[in-house]
Design a protein around this ligand. Structure first.
Ligand SMILES: [Cu+2]
Length: 449
């Protein structure tokens, strides 16, 4: 498959000077980051294989470490049979390379490649993933193996831990199943951590006395996950890669799709343990990994945590805004319209589905408050591209500040309010991160004046 001149013009036109096609031999130096999208068969266990797509022949994709502010050259090759696009989730990148066709990033044609430079910012635990449409094909887009970790390091590393572990939660073998109301929802055969079912991956080998930083990503296309490590507690220091104002010690993590939790675990209970999904049927479907202390033997032990609570508010500080520029409110009501029995619902923001949703116009430098009213019966992980927002209110609770995220789970029949400063001009996608919902219109674009 060869790229036409026209295709080259399409790609090279997106960001004058910064994008080159390696196929033509013009990008002669080796890129700092090279990603190859290709078909891959995942062995979740010797009995569970999934035909999928992967970055560089592994699931999750490679861990990419970058230094904040240090420009990186990136080359992406699409060796799959469909157009692809790679989104850098949580980074402040121009729309031409952020990785969203709704913002204007070009798709990478089958057999094609793209090269550009990016400046990593902000520091913290980010990730990258496919941002295509899946529709009824529950092997594509976020359903696939196309996801990987990015760690953007500060110039000075505070070194609060002895080592880092990266874990990705994912669900496989999805198919639509109708519920009593006739709504169609994805359900899954198998769940994994770092692509393996419980008992089939390498154990996480730890030593007594170690302080392990666990960076956990929920890369699931649609599922919220609850995670515990038997015998241990998590000291949560960052959410979505951003340090929290009030670190908390908890026995269980809740991660909505696309959310990240960074937690320090003190390894002070020698033994062989299970880190896994708290809900029994999901752990049985494979979501777990064995944690093994040096010199410990025996069967992995699981203990159901007692306190099943998760509340964003505990990580912030109660109270309102500091005096200054008041936030401009943008009210967004979420609901769905039923499309008839056996069909999925169409998702709406203020009564409209993408591509017909409103395009609010932002003024650079101003502060905005998204007032999200979830009128539906589902929880929605809402994601804002290219910006970080501050969670100001959840579930009708009191005002808070100090919790910075890029995804917030807006619960069914509840509200959530977040604020952000419009400081990254360019088209900015805002959407539900649940793949079947975004495929069904749950997206909108903010424009800058
Ligand atoms: Cu949703």
């Amino acid at each position: 498959m060869s790229l036409t001149r026209r295709r080259f013009a399409q790609i090279s036109g997106i960001s004058a000077g910064s994008v080159l096609l390696s196929r033509f031999g013009w990008a002669e130096t080796t890129p700092d980051v090279k990603l190859e999208i290709s078909p891959f068969t995942l062995e979740a266990s010797p009995k569970h294989y999934f035909r999928t797509l992967a970055y560089n022949g592994q699931v999750p994709g490679p861990l990419i470490r970058m230094r904040q502010g240090q420009e990186q050259s990136v080359e992406i090759h699409n060796l799959s049979s469909e157009p692809e696009i790679l989104h850098w989730h949580g980074l402040y990148l121009p729309p031409a390379i952020d990785g969203s066709m709704e913002e204007g990033t070009p798709m990478i044609a089958p057999g094609g490649s793209v090269r550009y430079n990016l400046t990593p910012d902000p520091p913290g635990f980010r990730w990258f993933h496919s941002h295509t449409h899946a529709g009824k094909d529950l092997t594509r887009a976020l359903y696939s193996g196309l996801h990987g970790f990015v760690m953007i390091e500060l110039r000075e590393n505070p070194g609060r831990y002895d080592r880092e572990i990266f874990l990705s939660l994912h669900d496989w073998g999805g198919h639509f199943e109708g519920n009593d109301d006739g709504f169609m929802n994805p359900v899954y055969d198998v769940s994994t951590i770092n692509g393996k079912m419980l008992g089939f991956g390498e154990p996480l080998r730890v030593k007594q006395g170690e302080r392990v930083m666990m960076n956990v990503l929920n890369s699931s296309p649609t599922e919220v996950h609850w995670i515990a490590l038997a015998g241990h507690e998590f000291r949560i220091v960052a959410l979505d890669g951003n340090d929290v104002q009030q670190p908390q010690t908890v026995s269980m993590l809740r991660l909505a799709p696309a959310e990240r939790v960074s937690a320090i675990v003190e390894m002070n209970q020698p033994g062989v343990w299970v880190l896994g999904e708290v809900r029994k049927h999901v752990q049985t479907a494979g979501m777990g990994v064995v944690v093994e202390y040096a010199d410990a033997t025996g069967k992995p032990t699981w203990k159901q945590p007692e306190n099943l609570a998760w509340n964003y508010q505990q990580f912030g500080t109660p109270g309102g805004t500091e005096p200054g520029d008041p936030a401009i409110p943008i009210v967004l009501a979420f609901d769905s319209r039923f499309q008839g029995h056996g069909n999925e619902e169409l998702w709406r923001i203020n009564g409209k589905s993408y591509p017909h949703t409103d395009e609010p116009v932002l003024t650079a430098g101003r502060r905005y408050r998204l007032i999200m009213k979830n009128l539906s019966m589902d929880d929605h992980p809402m994601h804002l591209h290219r910006h970080t927002f501050e969670v100001r209110q959840v579930d009708g609770g009191s005002e808070m500040h100090g919790l910075w995220k890029d995804v917030v789970l807006v619960r069914a029949k509840r509200t959530a309010e977040v604020e952000f400063v419009a400081d990254h001009p360019g088209r900015t996608l805002f959407h539900c991160h649940q793949q079947d919902h975004m495929d069904r219109g749950f997206m909108m674009v903010f424009r800058y004046a």
